[in-house]
Design a protein around this ligand. Structure first.
Ligand code: MGP
Ligand code: SAH
Length: 240
């Protein structure tokens, strides 16, 4: 009698609820296994699409980023399915969430309701680049597309690889609104380019770089640019 073959881990994953649930490519399975790191309330009706799965900011990271913006008016310029927007809505004075994809905005609205903050966000379906001249806020949060999950195939991720425009242009557009800019970027990003962005600004900006880990593994980096008091004090001391 033929013995039953033990199913490999991969086969199990491919035929798992992950595949049925996200209904797309097996490439997304690894993200499905991280679903509670992405949204702790995943089981309460969170909605995702393919780009959402690989782009959403893990909840613990989004909580930390939001804490830095407590009490401020924040513009989430590439809001996706709402990983960051939800956490901003919990602690910020107000949140404007922008995404070019109407389906993402629908999902973000649903997901914010799951977290009980649906009424604390103003949603805009639109292109951040075009909307920029009409935007006003204390802090701009930029988590743009990195070019898909293959971003880590290069040794050093340079700012020209960001979408829908290169990082220099995005930063310049953001600076026309506020010097308080937060960028969520690949863990292999060229850090020297970020320092260049800060120093070449007029006046030069303070820059803090944070490595974002989940479960001991580095997921991404966050760059906080600001016209901070500490930095201004330094300048004042030098001038004096
Ligand atoms: P990853 O490297 O694809 O996943 O993305 P992981 O689990 O670290 O894969 P591994 O095989 O390297 O172990 C890590 C995190 O980066 C994701 O959870 C997202 O928060 C973020 N991220 C990834 N991409 C491709 C994007 C993107 O295009 N835009 C934004 N804003 N965030 C992204
Ligand atoms: N921080 C988000 C993930 C953002 S992924 C989260 O935690 O859920 C990047 C998003 O940028 C995608 O949803 C994509 O639709 C959106 N996007 C791409 N080009 C855009 C543009 N020109 N203006 C606004 N949003 C854009």
């Amino acid at each position: 009698m033929a013995r039953k073959r033990k199913r490999s881990r991969l086969e199990k994953a491919i035929n798992s609820p992950a595949e049925k649930e996200h209904g797309t490519s097996p490439n997304l399975t690894k993200y499905w296994f991280q679903r509670y790191d992405l949204f702790s309330k995943y089981d309460q009706g969170i909605e995702m699409d393919e780009e959402g799965w690989y782009s959403v900011t893990p909840e613990a990271i989004a909580v930390k980023q939001a804490e830095r913006c407590r009490g401020k008016v924040v513009i989430d310029c590439f809001s996706g399915v709402g990983g960051n927007t939800i956490q901003f809505a919990k602690v910020c004075a107000s949140v404007i969430a922008i995404d070019i994809d109407p389906a993402k905005v629908e999902m973000a609205i649903n997901n914010a309701m799951v977290y009980g903050v649906g009424d604390r966000v103003d949603y805009v379906v639109g292109d951040f680049i075009h909307l920029a001249p009409s935007l006003k806020g204390d802090v701009l949060f930029l988590s743009p597309p990195w070019g898909g999950p293959m971003y880590n195939k290069v040794e050093s991720y340079t700012l020209d690889m960001l979408q829908p425009k290169d990082g220099y242009s995005l930063f310049q557009i953001a600076q026309s609104i506020t010097p308080n800019i937060i960028m969520f970027l690949p863990r292999n990003v060229d850090l020297a380019q970020l320092e260049e962005l800060a120093w070449l600004s007029s006046p030069p900006l303070n820059l803090e770089i944070e490595e974002n880990c989940v479960g001991g593994k580095i997921k991404a980096i966050t760059a906080y640019f600001s016209c901070s008091a500490v930095y201004l004090e330094k300048i004042r001391t030098i001038i004096a």
